[in-house]
Design a protein around this ligand. Sequence first.
Ligand SMILES: [Cu+2]
Ligand SMILES: [Zn+2]
Length: 207
Amino acid sequence: MKVLIALSAVLCVVLAKDQPRKAIVYLQGTSGVTGNVTISQSSCTEPVFIEINVVGLTPGKHGFHIHEKGDLTDGCASTGGHYNPDKVSHGAPNDQVRHVGDLGNIAADENGIAKTSYSDTVVSLYGARSVLGRAIVIHAEVDDLGKTNHPDSLKTGNAGGRVACGVIGILAPFDEPYGDCSSGQQGLLPAVITIVASILAARLLVV
Ligand SMILES: [Cu+2]
Ligand SMILES: [Zn+2]
């Protein structure tokens, strides 16, 4: 009996840590741009999956970033700069050197609609570098991805004003939203080791 109780307790913990994390961003602006973004991640070692739905944009490409602060007290202006914990130069999403918040551009069609989804291996919802509580910002102009001679190219991508923004909030409930990666789900092997160790421990208790 004790074995069963111990086993089920361990299983509960393991399964709980296996839950994917999901965040939601409600985007608003002063020029009629609205939309939402979801960020999903099944574990701290998996890439995030980002789904974007925005309307009201001018047709063409718009810089799309995670900024460091979830502070909208002065609209999008108070969200700070690009989230950049490594203090490196601005870049493209696929560059080796980039801000964590550098998600490149989104492209709006002739109706001003931008709808897309993709994975990113740098952004995370886990650990000290979690983007939860920070902001997503859409810019008026195209992000040059750090590739032009403009003085702001390696700082911001020279993407112009901020037309919409929103705070990255918790969507799917999960425990310890700011927990470290090591306390999160790390894969099947640690889970199996945990279960085997607890079975052995429970047997010792019974004897
Ligand atoms: Cu930005
Ligand atoms: Zn940047």
